[in-house]
Design a protein around this ligand. Structure first.
Ligand code: BTN
Length: 331
């Protein structure tokens, strides 16, 4: 079972920031900078293991985190955002550790504008279909955005697909080309999963409600994650020799996603339909669709005006909408 964020005690941020350079630091230096005893430092360093970080110590020389850490930095992110995006983002929360950025935003009272929650790691990251989203410390992107709409859940139809288009654009700017989208909300690279979108909604289904849009992107995923992920996956550092930094990645993603959220209630999916079609990983392929206990096979024709999947089945043209649907290309 996932350990709760409250049960994990991280060392002070200043200690993480010192060790983030991947260089050796003596116990004396660390103790001096933080103004605590070497014994206190040693106790703090022991906590790094609780989030899966492997500290190396060299007798007489000190400690290091091999490979360093690419830590998130709110000021850096805010400075990189387009002016209109900065203005649209009200609440911005950056956690070192949280259960789930989606869950955290779902727990919040309503704020004006768009809220953003990002974390270095999640102890109970949520994937679709009740799956866990593996979220090791300071490696990937775990980010959620929350928006309010006045016209009910219907206004959110197709939103996960529109966000997928925004993510593909952002990844393109970061140098990751050849992105495809798997309906309804997987981000694929050469058939392997690079990321996913999870949208949760609450409030009045036909009035004022809010949506939390969660995004996970594998940026510097570690091989050990394979043990916990039940499908082929890929990480940006496998695709690009020099992967973008985590802060740059968050900036690019927000600069594309926030404008989509700002205008979605008035503009809807129509603007994104043809863009999504162009990125459709399964266009003109035969697929099987699992919806609850029933399975339907058909040829993928595209998506409807509201983002439903259009399948040509033996009963004719059928449209499938969100929910717990899984889609696998037939062999
Ligand atoms: C999927 O299953 O493909 C969707 C994965 C969504 C994962 C992200 S990580 C940030 C946000 N917080 C969560 O708990 N889940 C989403």
């Amino acid at each position: 079972m996932a350990e709760s964020a409250a049960e994990i005690h991280l060392p002070p941020k200043a200690l993480l920031q010192l060790l983030a350079d991947g260089q050796l630091h003596s116990g004396q230096e660390l103790a001096g900078v933080l103004g605590v005893s070497r014994t206190a430092i040693w106790k703090q360093l022991a906590k790094l293991e609780s989030v899966g970080l492997e500290l190396q110590s060299q007798a007489g020389k000190g400690y290091c985190l091999p490979g360093g850490l690419d830590l998130l930095d709110e000021t850096h992110i805010r400075e990189g955002l387009l002016a209109r995006v900065n203005a649209a983002v009200g609440q911005f929360e950056l956690f070192e550790i949280i259960d789930s950025t989606n869950a955290w935003l779902m727990r919040q009272e309503s704020f004006s504008g768009i809220s953003v929650c990002i974390a270095e790691c999640q102890t109970a990251g949520r994937g679709r279909r009740g799956r866990q989203w593996v979220s090791p410390f300071a490696r990937n992107i775990y980010m959620s955005l929350r928006m309010t709409v006045e016209t009910g859940f219907g206004a959110l139809e197709g939103l996960s697909l529109a966000v997928g288009v925004a993510v593909a654009n952002a990844l393109g700017d970061l140098g990751v080309t050849d992105i495809k989208l798997k309906w309804p909300n997987d981000i694929l690279w050469q058939g392997r999963k690079l990321g996913g979108v999870l949208i949760e909604a609450a409030g009045d289904p036909s009035g004022r409600c809010h949506a939390v849009i969660g995004l996970g992107i594998n940026l510097n995923a570690e091989a050990s994650m394979t043990r916990e992920i039940d499908q082929p996956w890929v990480s940006v550092d496998e695709i690009l020799p020099v992967p973008p930094g985590r802060n740059e990645s968050v900036i690019a993603l927000l600069n594309y996603i926030v404008p989509v959220l700002e205008s979605y209630e008035t503009e809807g999916f129509e603007n994104y339909k043809s863009k999504w079609e162009a990125l459709n990983a399964h266009l003109a392929q035969r697929v099987s669709l699992q919806t609850g206990a029933s399975q339907t096979s058909g040829l993928v024709l595209g998506v409807s005006e509201s983002g439903g999947l259009l399948l040509s089945t033996e009963s004719g043209l059928e449209v499938f909408h969100g929910g717990e649907v899984s889609l696998r290309a037939d062999a």
